[in-house]
Design a protein around this ligand. Structure first.
Ligand SMILES: [Zn+2]
Length: 143
């Protein structure tokens, strides 16, 4: 419950207006982080990456399927599909590879797949930090 006595802190983001000045540039809404702040965040991210377990590529997908037997209920009206089955799908040489998993297999792979998703998030954040650093360096081109 919010009472009148409580104060709400509003974090005002520091946006460099001068970076928005040239009218042919799109507005820059990413807040400026100083070099020290970027370095602190970079160090936190790399520490988290160092502690991550192995990242397994792909994702878990629950599927319901239709079989090849045309007399089967999965071809009926309305169709009653088989499953759901847990599958692990990933891209290999630009093709989707799918493996059906039992519950034990899915439970074992889930944390490894979570590592992969987290690694992608952290890598994206590192790239965002690099883009900010380039953007805020007047000697570099507008990214
Ligand atoms: Zn069937």
């Amino acid at each position: 419950m919010v009472t009148a006595a409580q104060t709400v802190k509003i974090h005002v983001q520091n946006v460099r207006r001068d970076m928005m000045a040239p009218t042919n540039r799109r507005p820059k809404l990413m807040p400026v982080l100083g070099g020290a702040a970027i370095e602190r965040r970079r160090a936190k991210i790399t520490t988290e990456i160092a502690a991550l377990g192995l990242p397994l590529p792909g994702s878990l997908v629950k599927r319901r399927t239709r079989c090849g037997n045309t007399g089967c209920r999965c071809h009926g009206n309305p169709p009653q599909l088989h499953g759901p089955y847990m599958t692990w799908t990933r891209r290999v040489d630009n093709k989707t590879v799918t493996r059906t998993l039992d519950t034990t297999q899915a439970d074992a792979l889930r944390p490894l797949l979570d590592n992969s998703r987290r690694l992608r998030e952290l890598t994206t954040e590192l790239e965002t930090l690099a883009l900010r650093q380039v953007r805020d360096n007047p000697t570099q081109p507008d990214p």
